[in-house]
Each structure stands twice: as C-alpha cells, then as structure tokens.
Design a protein around this ligand. Structure first.
Ligand code: NAD
Length: 287
C-alpha cells in the first residue's frame, strides 16, 4: 500500500510516522515542513502520483477543498481519499463528492485524542462514508488509532466530532465556573474536586483535564496550560458547531455562548494555551 500524506503538522507528522512504522510505504508533503520521519515529495501532485491512498490532515475546509481540487484529477481511479482534518460538515461532503465523482472512495475521519493520542497511535476516528469506503480505510486507521467508529454516511464523522467538541467546550466552562464560585465561597479546590468528581458533576473536563492545578497531576493546568488542546482549536470547533446549528435551525444557546466566551478568551489570551486555561479569566472576574 502506498500512502500520500498531505499535512505534516502537529498531528499529521506523528500519524504519518505511525503508518511508516506499521510497514506502509508513505510519501509526505507539507509546504512548510522540510524534515520529517517520512520521505518527502516536492509537491502534493508528486506525493499523490502512484498512491493507493491519500490522507489529508489540514487546518480547515478551505485547505482540504483546494487540495482536493488539485489532486483528485491526478489520482488513479479507485484511490481511497481519507480526510482526517476537523472541518465543516458541508465542506466534508463537498470534498467526498469531488472524490466520488472521479471514481474514488472517500471518507471523512476526524480524530479525537490530540497530539498525545497521535503519538501513541491511540486516536479515536469518527468516520463518515459508504460501508465500502470505511472497509477500505479501516486497516490504515488501525495503525494510527485505537478506535474506529463508523458514524454513518459522508459528513457523519465531522458531525460526531463537532457535537462532541461543543459538549466539551460547554462542560469545560461549567467546570471552570464551579471552581471560580467555589473559590469565592472559600472552598479549597481539592475539596471541591473530591466532591464533584465522585458526585453528579463528574465529567472528563473535571476528572481528566481539570482546569485548576493540583487535583489531577497530568492535566495541562499543572504545566502552565501547555501541551494540550489549544483554545484556538476549541474556538474553531465551536464555530463549526454553530455554523451547522444555524444551517439546520437547531437552537444551541449554550454552544453559542461557549463560542462567544472562547472568542473573547482567545482574543485576550491568544490561541495557544490549553482550552482549560479559560478558568484563569473566570477566576480573575470573581476574585
Ligand atoms: P497544524 O497547523 O499543526 O498542521 C497543519 C499542517 O497542514 C501545517 O503544517 C500546514 O503547513 C499544512 N498544510 C497547509 N496547506 C497544505 C497543503 N496544501 N498541502 C499540504 N499541507 C498543507 O495543525 P494540527 O494541530 O496538526 O491539526 C490538523 C487538523 O487536525 C486540524 O483540522 C485540527 O482541528 C485537527 N485536530 C487537531 C488536534 C490537536 O490536538 N492538535 C486534535 C484533534 C483534531
């Protein structure tokens, strides 16, 4: 199997390296990457030449559609197109249609698990596409992840991803507000954690990615909010969820408010720190 891997950033570089380690032939391309674990081609077109599978891990839907318009006509009919980027549901469907119309198989397969999951090949893939396309993609996904969930037809993987991340953004703000209020009421962070983590308030944002330093030693809060899931990426996912909610007339008032709070936080703090750092703005407001 020859795999063209386009987009060797924080996630793609690690995912491509795992494919190589699993014994696949991988050719990578990224306009800003000059050194990588996988052999590099000089252009997307050169990487795609002779490939059985094309994997993209790019920043946005615009990037994915631009790349697909360039390379879909160059690929041999029957090539498997696998887009792992987090993008708009409509863009994912448009990309898959471009590939299908040229006689290829296509899936959207966004991931959960971040850089740590990518490094350890423990990602969860949420996959949208026809059963035949999922079956063709699954063996490769297994080299990069621990779970591959077939969510439905084209776009269903992106739909699952943005619903999950809207819930995650809301829950992180909820946990952060609880710590802000608890602090103001004189509660020790550890005491509030001990209660909520074993009571009805428990959730991933509290028990795994706890936004205050101390209770969960591995959470980004203990290392200056570095090395986690960036606030800018959370904002992007919340905006994708709102665009989808608007397009389908679904009232998601908490999702909308979460997007507004993250937009204000990213404006003030920048896009780089872990999304749990939002607690620092909420605590400042109450102290
Ligand atoms: P990144 O910005 O580090 O990497 C994206 C790469 O794409 C960059 O290196 C860029 O140069 C490259 N690129 C842009 N245009 C290209 C083109 N035409 N051809 C080839 N490469 C091109 O981003 P990332 O953190 O690796 O995230 C990639 C995607 O995965 C995003 O959609 C993001 O939302 C999603 N995601 C990221 C995480 C995370 O924790 N970082 C977690 C889950 C999902």
């Amino acid at each position: 199997m020859t795999v063209a891997f386009l987009g060797l950033g924080n996630m793609g570089g690690l995912m491509a390296a795992n494919l190589l380690r699993a014994g696949e032939k991988v050719v990578g391309y990224d306009p800003v990457v000059t050194e990588a674990e996988v052999p590099l081609a000089e252009s997307a077109a050169a990487a795609v030449s002779g490939a059985d599978v094309v994997i993209t891990m790019l920043p946005s839907g615009r990037h994915v559609l631009d790349v697909y318009r360039e390379i879909v006509p160059l690929a041999e009919p029957g090539t498997v197109f696998l887009d792992c980027s987090t993008i708009d549901v409509a863009d994912a469907r448009a990309a898959a249609e471009l590939a299908s119309a040229a006689g290829h198989l296509a899936v959207d397969a966004p991931v959960s698990g971040g850089v740590v999951g990518a490094q350890a090949a423990k990602l969860t893939f949420m996959v949208g596409g026809a059963a035949e396309a999922f079956a063709a993609a699954e063996p490769l996904l297994r080299h990069m992840g621990a779970r591959q969930v077939h969510c439905g037809d084209s776009g269903a993987g992106q739909a699952a991803k943005i619903c999950n991340n809207m819930l995650l953004g809301i829950s992180m703000i909820g946990v952060s507000e609880a710590f802000a209020l608890g602090q103001r009421l004189g509660l020790d962070d550890q005491v509030l954690f001990d209660v909520a983590s074993t009571a009805s308030g428990q959730c991933w944002s509290l028990t795994t990615n706890c936004p205050v330093p101390g209770p969960v030693p591995a959470s980004p809060a203990n290392r200056g909010y570095t090395g986690g899931f960036a606030s800018g990426l959370m904002l992007k996912d919340l905006l994708l969820a709102q665009a989808a909610a608007d397009a389908h007339g679904v009232p998601t008032s908490l999702g909308r408010h979460a997007a507004e709070l993250y937009a204000a936080f990213v404006e003030q703090d920048g896009p780089g720190r872990d999304f749990s750092a939002i607690v620092t703005s909420l605590r400042e407001e109450t102290s």
